[in-house]
Every structure is written in C-alpha cells, then in structure tokens.
Design a protein around this ligand. Sequence first.
Ligand code: SAH
Length: 244
Amino acid sequence: MLSNIRIVLVQTFHPGNIGATARAMKTMGLTELILVNPRAFPDEEATRLAAGATDVLENARCVGSLEEAVIDCVQVVGASARLRSLPLPHFDEPDEMAQQVIENAAHAPVALVFGRERSGLTNDEIRCCTHHVSIPANPEYGILNLSQAVQILAYEVHRAWRKQDGSDFTYQRPLEATPPSREQFIYFQEHLARLMQQSGFLTQPHARTEEQLQALFARAQPSRKELSLLRGLLSAFETHQPKS
Ligand code: SAH
C-alpha cells in the first residue's frame, strides 16, 4: 500500500533537500523516491541530511522527465503553493488529498510531485498531474522549504493510512471503477487531438482548445471503463468520417 505511493522531486537544486526528503519519507513509511534530473546526485550533502534514511536514497531512481516518472500512475498530485490557471481538481486541504491517495494506492501506483526550490513546477509539468494540492499557510509567506512540504504531505498520507488500517476499507474495488493510468490518459488525449486535427475542428495550431479539453477530462476523473468508452466513440467517429 504505502509502497504504491511515490514521491517525485523535479530538478532539485540543493542535494541537501533530497537527503532531507528521504528522511521525511522514511519517518512516514514511504520508500519510493524518484528524482527528475537532479542537479547533483548522489552527493555527500544528501547523504548527510538523510541521516538514518540512506536506504531510501540508495533506492532512489533518476529519470529524464516527469512524464517518465508518473507514466504508470493512476493519480498524480502536484504540490504547489500557488493557484494555477489550469483548472485541475484542487485539494485545499492535504488531509482530503491523503484520503483519496490512500484509496487509489490500494490498487495502483500514485505520485506526489514537488517542484524546484526557486521556480516550482512548469506549466508542462502541471499538465502531467491529475490533481493539485496546496498546504494552507501564512498568506504573506506561504512557501515552505521543499523537504518540509514533503514532510507535511507524507505525514497526512501516513495518518490517512493509519486511520483506514484495520477498518472496513479492505473491499475490492471493481476493475472498471479503477482510474486510468497516465499512459491510458495520454493515448486518449492523442487520439482526441488526432481526430480534432483530421476533422478540421482545430484550425489554429496554438489555440488553447486542447489544453482546455484536457483539463475538462481531468476534472471529470473518468474510470478506465468510461475512458475506453470514449475511445470507442472516437474510433467510431474516425471510421465514419467522410474522406475529403
Ligand atoms: N518559488 C516556487 C516555490 C518552490 S518551493 C513557487 O512559487 O512555486 C518548492 C516546492 O515545495 C514547490 O514546488 C512545491 O512542490 C512545494 N511547496 C512549497 N510550499 C508549498 C505549499 N504551501 N503548498 C504545497 N506545496 C508547497
């Protein structure tokens, strides 16, 4: 269960933050750390700040893009202090996020994603996420240190896990109610984009239409079954298009 929850750090600048993150994770029972293009890793400072959690660091995986880190995940929660223009489903309270993450992690991998110390996550990276979460804080100074943000969200996840442990949560969710993985979502988006081009619906190459539709489908949170229904629909449209 907790092993299905991964922490993803994007382009971390200070290796000390990677070490402190490993420690924050281990104290809350999390072990899966993925680093997207860290500036310096492995690094002595990371090892020093990891203290008793060097095993988490040793098992950390480095990858070249956020998409690669989360491709098999059914839920990808981007942590951000700021509200973004892209209207993805947003958790204002970390405990609500943690409860949903725990439910999903019973069946498939999920990710919590953290941005760069200076500039957070780019809009492209936000697009890899299915949800956002903010840690409510002082409105005049609400940006936490990276590893402290990890600590707070990891604590909430651990708390939600403890609460459900031993309770009646052990029901088996039917497969059709499982959320799609990022990969399945991407296939759907590509299929939709292709059809929008072919049908002449998209006329301007840089219009935000695709982005807006992506956000709409992210908010709708379709199940695997619903997504395959939509893909079936697209295929039917595709085959019945008049050839011009
Ligand atoms: N200047 C950056 C802040 C980066 S802090 C920005 O404006 O986005 C590094 C990372 O810590 C952030 O990308 C985010 O993942 C996390 N973080 C810091 N404070 C947070 C908060 N209040 N809520 C959620 N995540 C936070």
